[in-house]
Design a protein. Structure first.
Length: 590
C-alpha cells in the first residue's frame, strides 16, 4: 500500500467487535514479533552492529544445519535450495546498506533491517526477471530468521505494555488472544479473518473494538502510527487529522453513554411484552470473563469454550486444575447454569501439546468430539473435572461437532464410564447433570429428531453450521460476503432443530455468533429459541429488542421471513421489522 505517511488514510474491513478505539499502533509481523522502533544513541551503534552480526552468524549456522539435514534426508538437490538462502545472508551489499542506514537513522537494528528488506523486496517484485522475482521468498525467509534471532523467542509480548495500544497483525491466533486478557490493549486490526473467526470472538469477549479482514493493513502501518478503530462500522483510519480524531472522540463518548444506558436494563427480566420468558446467557472463553457476564445481566453461561484452558502451556491441564476453574465459575454464576463445552480442538484452534498432523481441511478434519473420542484419556480427565465441579453450581456438559447419533452414544458411553468410576471412588457429583449436543454440522441438524432421543438439550453452533451448510470457510475474508446467517437454508435448519427439540420436550439454545446478531433476534425468538448465548456486550441490546415485542408479533415475523427466497431479502425484511418495533434503533446498535 503506497501512501503519504502523514496523510489520513481510511481502510475498510469487516466489523468484528463494536466500539471506537483511538491509540497508537503496535504492529506484529506475521510471526507475531514486535519490531521495535527504538531511537539509539551514537554510543549504542557499535552494539547494534554487533547484535546484527551475531544474528547473521546464528542464522547462517541454522541454514547450514538445515541444508545438511535436508541433503541427507532428501538429496543434495533439495539441500541446494538453502544455498540461495546463504547467498542472501552473505550479500555484502545488503549488510553494508543496513549498517550505513543504522548509522544514519540511529534507529534499532531490527527496524532498520526490516526497512532495508522491504525495499529489496519491492525492487525485486518490480523487476521483469522471473528468477529475481523468485528470490523474494528467499529474502523473506532469511529475513524472518534474522529477525527471530535478533528479537529472541516469542514471549508474552503483551505482558509489559506500558501504554494502551491497538494491535495490528496479519492474524491473531487463539493462543495469542488468550494472552491478551487484562492487558493494555484497546483494539485489534487484522489482515485476515471474518466475523466468526476467533480473533473476532475474542475481541468481543475482551470488549475491545476490532476490525478484521482488512487484507493489507499490516503493510500500511508502522508501530507508533495513530489509529482509529471503528469496530461498529468496520473502518480504520490511519494517521487521522485532528479534526477526525475530534469527531471520533465524540462518537466514542456517545457509544460509551449508549452502552451505559443499555446497562440500565441489566436487572429487568428478559421477556416479551406478553410475558414469554427467554434465557439470555453469555459465552465465555476463560473464567476471567465471568464478571462481565454478570455486569451485563446475563442469566447463565450458554457456552464455556474450554480449549483456552489448554493454550499457551507445554503440559495438559490436569483434573484438579480444571476442577478448580469449573467449580469457581459454577459458584459465581449459580443459581444460573453454566454449559461447559468439552474440548473443541482443531479448525482454527490448535494446541501445541498435541501432535495433530497437518490437514488440508482442518475444519473438516480431526477436531472436537472426533479428537476426544480418539483420545479418551484427555476426554475423561475433562469429564471427571466437570462432574466433580457439578456439585458447586448448575453445570451442564455439551459436546462439540456431533455429526450423528453414533458419536453422541460414544461420548455418552465414556461419560457413563467416568460416572461409574467416580461412584466407585465415592466421589459425589450431580447425578442429574444435563448433557447436550451442539448442533453445528448439517447432518446433526437434519437428524436432530434422532439426536433428541438421547440428549437433554441442543445448542445451535451457527458459526460452524453456517460454514458447513453454505460451504463458506468461516475465517476467509474473501468469501465473507457469502457467509449469510439469514440464508434460507440456515433458517430452515435452525427451525427444524428447534421444532424437533421442542417435540422431544427439550430446550434449544443458540451459542454461535448469530445469537448476538441484532437483526436476527426477532426471527430467532419467533422460531421459538429458548436461550440466546452470546458475547456479554450484546446482551443488553438483545434484551431491549425482546422486551419490545409480543411473542405473536415475533412469530409472524419469523413465519414471513422463512418464506423469502434469499438471505439479503430476509436480512432487509428483518431490519425493517426491527425498526418498526424499535424506531429509535440507532446506528450504534448496528
Ligand atoms: C459455533 O460453531 O457456532 C460455536 C459456538 O463454536 P466455535 O465458534 O467455538 O466453533
Ligand atoms: Mg463450532
Amino acid at each position: 500500500m503506497m501512501r503519504d505517511k502523514k496523510k489520513e488514510f481510511i481502510l475498510k474491513g469487516i466489523p468484528a467487535s463494536p466500539g471506537i478505539a483511538i491509540g497508537k499502533a503496535l504492529l506484529l509481523d506475521r510471526e507475531q514479533y514486535v519490531i521495535p522502533k527504538r531511537i539509539i544513541k551514537e554510543d549504542q551503534i557499535q552494539n547494534e552492529v554487533k547484535r546484527f552480526k551475531d544474528a547473521l552468524i546464528q542464522t547462517k549456522n541454522e541454514i547450514l544445519e538445515i541444508k545438511k539435514r535436508i541433503s541427507e534426508e532428501m538429496g543434495i538437490e533439495h539441500g541446494q535450495i538453502f544455498s540461495a538462502h546463504l547467498l542472501v545472508i552473505e550479500d555484502s551489499m545488503l549488510i553494508e546498506e543496513v549498517i550505513t542506514k543504522l548509522k544514519k537513522d540511529k534507529l534499532s537494528i531490527e527496524y532498520v533491517f526490516q526497512d532495508v528488506l522491504k525495499r529489496y523486496i519491492k525492487v525485486f517484485s518490480e523487476m521483469d526477471d522471473e528468477y529475481l522475482k523468485e528470490r523474494i521468498s528467499d529474502i523473506n525467509d532469511v529475513g524472518k530468521r534474522v529477525l527471530r534471532n535478533l528479537i529472541g523467542a516469542k514471549e508474552d509480548i503483551f505482558s509489559d505494555l506500558k501504554e494502551k495500544v491497538v494491535v495490528v497483525a496479519y492474524d491473531l491466533s487463539p493462543s495469542d488472544t488468550a494472552m491478551m486478557h487484562k492487558k493494555n490493549l484497546i483494539g485489534f486490526a487484522t489482515d485476515i479473518g471474518s466475523k466468526t473467526s476467533h480473533t473476532a470472538i475474542m475481541a468481543k469477549s475482551l470488549e475491545i473494538p476490532a476490525v478484521v479482514g482488512l487484507e493489507i493493513v499490516t503493510r500500511g502501518i508502522e508501530s507508533g502510527d495513530t489509529l482509529i478503530i471503528d469496530g461498529t462500522h468496520g473502518v480504520i483510519i490511519i494517521n487521522p487529522s485532528p479534526k477526525t480524531i475530534k469527531k471520533y472522540e465524540i462518537d466514542r463518548q456517545r457509544f460509551a453513554t449508549f452502552e451505559k444506558h443499555l446497562l440500565e436494563l441489566k436487572d429487568l427480566p428478559c421477556e416479551t411484552l406478553d410475558g414469554r420468558k427467554t434465557i439470555l446467557a453469555a459465552n465465555i472463553e476463560v473464567p476471567e470473563d465471568v464478571p462481565s457476564v454478570i455486569a451485563h445481566g446475563a442469566t447463565g453461561i450458554g457456552l464455556y469454550r474450554t480449549e483456552y484452558f489448554y493454550m499457551n502451556r507445554k503440559d495438559l491441564p490436569g483434573e484438579d486444575e480444571q476442577f478448580k476453574a469449573y467449580s469457581a465459575v459454577a459458584k459465581k454464576v449459580r443459581p444460573h447454569s453454566v454449559v461447559i463445552r468439552t474440548l473443541d480442538l482443531g479448525g482454527d484452534k490448535f494446541l501445541s501439546q498435541f501432535e495433530v498432523p497437518h490437514e488440508m481441511n482442518p475444519f473438516l478434519g480431526w477436531r472436537a468430539i472426533r479428537f476426544c473420542l480418539a483420545r479418551p484419556d484427555v476426554f475423561k480427565t475433562q469429564l471427571r473435572a466437570i462432574l466433580r465441579a457439578s456439585l458447586y453450581g448448575n453445570l451442564k456438559v455439551m459436546y462439540p461437532m456431533i455429526s450423528g447419533i453414533e458419536e453422541l452414544r460414544q461420548a455418552n458411553a465414556i461419560l457413563e464410564d467416568v460416572k461409574a468410576s467416580l461412584r466407585k471412588e465415592s466421589v459425589a457429583f450431580d447425578e442429574d447433570i444435563e448433557v447436550g449436543a451442539m448442533i453445528e454440522v448439517p447432518s446433526a441438524a437434519l437428524t436432530s429428531d434422532i439426536l433428541a432421543r438421547e440428549a437433554d438439550f441442543f445448542s445451535i453452533g451457527t458459526n460452524d453450521l453456517i460454514q458447513y451448510s453454505l460451504a463458506v470457510d468461516r475465517v476467509n475474508e474473501k468469501i465473507a460476503y457469502l457467509y449469510e446467517p439469514a440464508h434460507p437454508a440456515v433458517l430452515r435448519l435452525i427451525k427444524s432443530v428447534i421444532d424437533n427439540g421442542h417435540k422431544a420436550g427439550m430446550w434449544v439454545g443458540m451459542c454461535g455468533e448469530m445469537a448476538g446478531d441484532l437483526n436476527m433476534v426477532l426471527i430467532l425468538l419467533g422460531l421459538g429459541l429458548d436461550e440466546f448465548s452470546t458475547s456479554p456486550i450484546a446482551i443488553p441490546e438483545i434484551k431491549r429488542i425482546i422486551r419490545s415485542v409480543t411473542m405473536s408479533q415475533a412469530e409472524a415475523i419469523a413465519q414471513e421471513a422463512i418464506t423469502l427466497p434469499t438471505g439479503k431479502e430476509i436480512d432487509k425484511f428483518a431490519s425493517q421489522k426491527l425498526r418498526e418495533i424499535l424506531p429509535e434503533f440507532d446506528e450504534h446498535s448496528e
